[in-house]
Design a binder for this molecule. Sequence first.
Ligand code: 0WD
Length: 254
Amino acid sequence: QGIMAGKRGLVLGVANNRSIAYGIAKACVDHGAEIALTYQGEAFKKRVEPLAAELNAHVAGHCDVTDPTTLDAVFDDIAKRWGKLDFLVHAIAFSDKDELTGRYVETTRDNFLRTMDISVFSFTTIAKRAEALMTDGGSLLTLTYYGAEKVMPHYNVMGVAKAALEASVRYLAVDLGAKKIRVNAISAGPIKTLAASGIGDFRYILKWNEYNSPLKQTVTQEEVGDSAVYFLSNLSRGVTGEVHHVDSGYHVVG
Ligand code: 0WD
């Protein structure tokens, strides 16, 4: 049983077992939820399938958020299989790693648009698709970072994208609130994942957070997963439009 018993959710952004999305998926399953995962291309299929088996998760197919036909296919698959959806996790972001170092002012137009498309617009278009299936209300959760609020070294265009993503959370919360669909974000502290390895000096950022955060440690996928259960379950039924820091308290000092 558990706090998530009877809930069905789609988790987007599992690349491997270090992904934040994997930590969230596992916590949801541990608390009784049934989940579906997607993979981005054949290379990730091989990594996601064994993780799905371990979590008793349905694999809803290939999903590349820059290709709307793949999103249509995933949501059709969920509609046929479950007929409805209770929660959705968006843990997707991308930027050219050559631009996640040096000066923000050097950002190219192509990478700016691609970063915003994959890291920001994708959440909005996915929210629209989820709305159609969340007939008993629901909970949408995305992942952001403190670089949206403060200038962090090397985060550059991704910081600008995360600021837009956090604003999207507020606008979507208003649009979907009447249907009792809640929209929130977790602002996670730095965690070593595939995506994070593209950010310049990431190891230094991890150490900085460990030494300076109130809890004197970096956060784990499990800690983010446990906090996500609060947002995805009925425990947070009175909460929407929120950006919640799961960062060992770093934001109160940094
Ligand atoms: O320190 C960190 N790791 C933090 C991450 C701190 C705070 C926030 N976040 C955010 C990220 O910005 C992202 O929104 O958490 C989210 C999940 O990121 P992650 O768990 O750190 O990274 P990873 O395991 O790499 O998962 C991100 C995945 C991609 O993996 P790759 O390695 O290919 O970037 O996002 C997916 C992909 O699976 N992704 C896409 N999915 C569909 N279509 C696309 C796309 N076009 N592009 C990337």
